[in-house]
Write a new protein. Sequence first.
Length: 276
Amino acid sequence: MSLDNNVTHNVAIITGASTGIGEELAYQLAEEGAQLVLTARRISELERVAENARKRGAKVIVVSADVAIESDCKKIIDAAMAEFGRIDTLVNNAGMTMWAKFEDIQDMSIMERIMQVNYMGAVYCTHYALPHLKSTRGRIIGIASLTGLVGVPTRTGYAASKHAMRGFFDSLRIELEDSGVTVTMVYPGFVATGIRENATGADGKPALIDPVDQAGVMSVAECARLIVHAIKHRKREEIMTLKGKLGQWLKLIAPGVIDGIAKKAVAGNQNFVEGK
């Protein structure tokens, strides 16, 4: 049986839907005819996004949840099934980042929290959604980062979590090859979202900085458009920037050059590698 390439009437779960890429994905998927389960920690922001998505024609429910907590991830899936009776698309978008050299980190719980949110949150949600996705021959999407493809100074914990996502979902894709469930990995570059402004510093507190050169930042609307296209066409992966695509080839033949570029990019606040 061929797999459908549209998302009309799909029941789509989006984690981290209260702002940024998740919010814009909700709007664009609503316009494509999807029904939505939106989840994040901030219920007031979720309700705002849900109302805007409803104006675009979608039926929407919201679930307040912290994806770092396994029981919360189960709650998301249970709520989706109770409301809609099916799940077609799971977008693992929730994430957090950091701005600190590893040797400067004072509170090591930063590393654990980033791994729990960015990696284990995706694992938990996928675990509970998978039986339902197999029933609908659905889609799993992991929103990673170019730091999931290369190492980046001051992002040690963040890069590790995105590398973990890549390894998990690339392996899961092979396991699910004959099931009809497809796995799409997305690697954005710098995107105009709120994640950087909420980054964690070396002391475990908000960094209160955004050291990114805004000239090279992709709009959230364009980023979401590329993700929706990847979802609809069940692409294996979507690397969003030309530098990211070229970097994969260069990493194979001259990995030291990539290290130098990453170091220079962070030092100069240039748009080379980051994440959503």
